[in-house]
Design a protein around this ligand. Structure first.
Ligand SMILES: N[C@@H](CCC(=O)N[C@@H](CS)C(=O)NCC(=O)O)C(=O)O
Length: 202
């Protein structure tokens, strides 16, 4: 199996962690989707990472689809519960965490533009999405929808989103008044799968 991705992408990190937790061997193919020359479109017409190439030659892209494909291989630990509605709830929380990654990514790219071209309005819009998204995740942990001790698709996605906020210094105050999220990431960041996929310091 080959995982096409970059070491800094939180979406790629999510998939690497799922593969590592399940003990599935894979080759990492390092591709930089934002470089002028890259090979990502060979795998995903949208030019985004991650993409996964199976040993049979099938290509899967978009991290929720890849995560679902990997879970279909039936290797422990399962990333989703068997009960369809419970599974759908976790996938919705995955979508929320992915949305925080998307907003953080837009912010990082906006800040990378020349100062005169940056839009403060756009940065504020993205910051509000991140903040409201984090509040919703904190609520899921407080009301028992999620547990700070769980390892599943939702909690892995959340920890990857927060890992990316830390890495890019976006919303550095995310931990203020969100004690459950702090506990969750303290638990998950200790795992070998998270340590092995930490983004490079640059
Ligand atoms: N929904 C996609 C998002 C993936 C994504 O945005 N990846 C970024 C890297 S973090 C990318 O490849 N961007 C290249 C581009 O937008 O051209 C997923 O979950 O896989």
């Amino acid at each position: 199996m080959k995982l096409i991705g970059s070491y800094t992408s939180p979406f790629v990190r999510k998939i690497s962690i799922i593969l590592l937790e399940k003990g599935i061997t894979f080759e990492f193919v390092n591709e930089q989707p934002y470089n002028a020359i890259n090979n990502v479109m060979q795998y995903n017409p949208l030019g985004k990472v991650p993409a996964l190439v199976t040993d049979e030659g099938d290509v899967w892209y978009d991290s929720p689809i890849i995560a679902e494909y990997i879970d279909l291989l039936d290797m422990a630990p399962a990333m989703l519960p068997k009960e369809p509605k419970a599974a759908l709830k976790l996938r919705q929380i995955e979508a929320l965490a992915d949305g925080i990654m998307d907003a953080a990514l837009v912010s990082v790219r906006e800040i990378a533009r020349p100062a005169a071209q940056q839009s403060e309005t756009e940065l504020l819009r993205q910051r509000e999405k991140i903040s409201k998204g984090l509040d919703a995740l904190e609520n899921y942990l407080s009301d028992g929808t999620l547990s700070v001790d769980a390892l599943d698709l939702a909690t892995i996605s959340i920890a990857c989103a927060i890992g990316y906020l830390n890495f890019r210094h976006v919303s550095p105050g995310w931990c203020v008044d969100r004690p459950q999220l702090v506990k969750l990431v303290e638990n998950l960041f200790q795992r070998e799968s998270f340590a092995r996929t930490e983004p490079p310091k640059a």
